[in-house]
Design a protein. Sequence first.
Length: 207
Amino acid sequence: MDREEHRLTDDVDPVAATVDLYWIPLGAGARVVRLSGRLFEAISAGLHRREPRDLYHSALVVVVPEGRFVIEQTPVPDADGERRGAVVEGPVAARLAGRFRLFRYEVRRWRDGTIPDLAYAVASPVRVANDRARAGQLLDLVPTVPPLVWGRDERRTGEMWNSNSVISWLLASAGIDVGDIQPPHRGRAPGWHAGLVVAGRGYMSSR
């Protein structure tokens, strides 16, 4: 199987329900993104007088009796979002820029979907729930993810909104305990705190 992409199509237990979290190194398989992330982290570490850490992007795999679903925030590659289970789109960098596909992201709830670079995941999967009600509630919440501007702090949480914000918002909003969830050793997940703060305020999309 191609190292860049794993398709999640194993048989599903008709009574099982699980929520698994994956930590994927930022820019795995994409040299430009990886270098940009390292530059961002070097600047952030310098400003905060700490050692640089490895940066991670998070994604979820949810298994319920109805099937297996991938939940992830990604760039919008084309107009066929329905095929990928895209249920939310939002702007990147600025709301006006979101008029152009290059500056939009999508949030996927993709049945039998794929996670690019899953083979690079570190200390994963992390089982965060095995409760059927919580898993179902999380899936129902995906279309209500707040479509905030990626890379901005519109809600004044102290962190930018990004893919980690989407995942932490979903977990917290579904009532899943996130208190012990941490990125891999010497790692950091920028945006995670932003999602928790926005969830705590009860904010969601009106879709």
